[in-house]
Design a protein around this ligand. Structure first.
Ligand SMILES: Nc1ncnc2c1ncn2[C@@H]1O[C@H](COP(=O)(O)OP(=O)(O)O)[C@@H](O)[C@H]1O
Ligand SMILES: [Mg+2]
Length: 443
């Protein structure tokens, strides 16, 4: 897969060469991307997912891509408005069509129209809106001659997406309109009852572990493994001496069962795992579109990894987990479990982990040790980080400049401009080169 533009190997220093990463099917190629916020980690992750999708389509080897999305980015919709206004003021339709492509511009026009119509409901695109063509990269100039996309010979493009929201906070139609419309199918992600662990039940209804009702429910749910709210109520009733006037213990259990039946996160039927697809990019929407606790997000991640292991071992399908801001997942035992599991068992099953973070401090060594390739975007956060990587990567010292703190605001602005979407990439932690990372074709 195409990573971006590297330095030429020949003596012609100015020339750029396309750089690729070989992804071998049947083993895992974990990658981690480090760098301070704002230099383009999320943007790069989007580009990489597109590249993975394209590479697998061309090779006709279906792959399952699962992206955990943490945020929405309201600046994207604002930028689209700006670009729309600027272009329509200064250029003719024909010129605009020629620059962006007719369908891209039509898409943008439609989006602007919808946004005017549903003002308060739209404008919150996800960090990974694979269904929206990237007009920003086609508008902003890299230098006098090229736009960011143009420089790499790329055009705005869209990719079919399945987006899973949990206890949705706005209508699915709006979420879809924001993230690619017909290219983005939105699903209500529901966890089937039989996957709910007792610990989650207990957390959901503040059961406390010692009380009799908690013990009794644990016995039915976990020990007997009966995970159906109606049946559980029936069994709990059988414990009662006076069935027409049941005890508080029974009432608490009944209440908890009522609660999960009414919770939009759960259902008898599975609507999450059965709808994951190799024909589309799967985005797990943990942004403000979903109403989840941190524990629930980590638990869903764990379930996804368990599902992936099963799926990979049965079908030999390559699987890619893309986790931006991975440090969030590592503060919870289920999140840790999920990351550990992929690092440990992914390799033999072709389950890949691609992560990004700005925080190296406190990051488990396993994440760095387990990565085949390490990328740095913009700059590292500290000298300590530089030293850690220096121990890990053979040619680090000779290739990567230490992060010099900037001392004036102008310096900071210049540096940011100069290093945005650029950095270093270390192949197999053995060969490190400067690189301009691949731009995403979608927003
Ligand atoms: N082609 C582009 N030109 C200029 N800015 C862009 C372009 N594409 C994305 N951006 C903006 O760059 C910013 C930083 O990128 P992001 O990937 O979010 O950084 P990080 O994840 O490292 O914090 C975002 O606000 C994004 O909207
Ligand atoms: Mg980011």
């Amino acid at each position: 897969m195409f990573m971006g533009l590297g330095r030429a190997d020949t003596s012609k220093k100015r020339d750029k060469t396309k750089r690729h990463v070989k992804m071998s099917v049947g083993e895992a190629n974990h990658m981690i991307f480090l760098g301070k916020s704002g230099y383009g980690k999320t943007t790069l992750m989007r580009g990489l997912v597109e590249e993975i999708n394209i590479a697998h389509n061309m090779a006709k080897i279906p792959a399952m891509i699962i992206v955990l999305e943490k945020k929405t980015d309201h600046t994207k919709a604002e930028k689209i408005h700006e670009i729309y206004n600027t272009e329509t003021e200064k250029s003719s339709d024909n010129k605009i069509y020629k620059k962006y492509g007719e369908w891209v511009w039509n898409y943008i026009e439609n989006y602007i129209q919808m946004q005017n119509q549903y003002k308060e409901h739209l404008g919150m695109m996800g960090d990974f809106a694979f269904g929206v063509p990237n007009i920003i990269g086609k508008f902003y100039k890299y230098d006098d001659k090229n736009t960011f996309l143009g420089r790499q010979g790329l055009q705005p493009y869209v990719f079919p997406t399945r987006r899973f929201v949990f206890r949705p906070r706005r209508r699915k139609e709006y979420i879809s309109m924001d993230n690619g419309w017909h290219m983005c199918k939105v699903f209500d992600g529901k966890i089937p009852y039989d996957k709910i662990p007792f610990s989650l039940l207990s957390a959901l209804s503040n059961l406390g572990d010692q009380a009799i009702y908690a013990q009794r429910l644990k016995n039915i749910w976990e020990v007997q493994g009966i995970k159906d709210p109606d049946i559980v109520k029936g069994i709990a009733l059988e414990y009662e001496n006076n069935k027409s006037n049941p005890s508080a213990t029974y009432l608490r259990i009944a209440e908890t069962m009522y609660q999960i039946k009414n919770d939009k996160l759960f259902s008898k039927k599975d609507t999450l795992f059965t709808n994951l697809s190799t024909d589309a990019i799967n985005v797990i929407d943990f942004s403000s579109n979903s109403d989840l606790t941190h524990e629930e997000e980590c638990l869903i991640f764990k379930f996804l990894v368990m599902y992936a292991i099963n799926y990979a071992s049965q079908t030999r399908t390559p699987i890619y987990f893309v986790v931006d801001e991975v440090q969030n997942m590592l503060t919870d035992k289920n999140g840790q479990w999920a990351v550990d599991k992929i690092l440990r068992e992914g390799r033999s099953m072709g389950i890949n982990l691609i992560t990004a973070t700005q925080y190296m401090y406190g990051l488990p060594q396993s994440l760095l040790m387990g990565a085949s390739h390490v990328g740095i975007i913009g700059r590292l956060a500290s000298h300590t980080d530089w030293k850690v990587l220096n121990k890990l990567i053979d040619d680090f010292e000779d290739s990567v400049e230490p992060p010099d703190p900037v001392s004036t605001y102008t310096q900071y602005e210049d540096f940011k401009k100069k290093m945005k979407f650029k950095g270093w990439f270390s192949w197999d932690k053995s060969y490190t080169d400067r690189i301009e990372f691949r731009q995403p074709q979608s927003l």
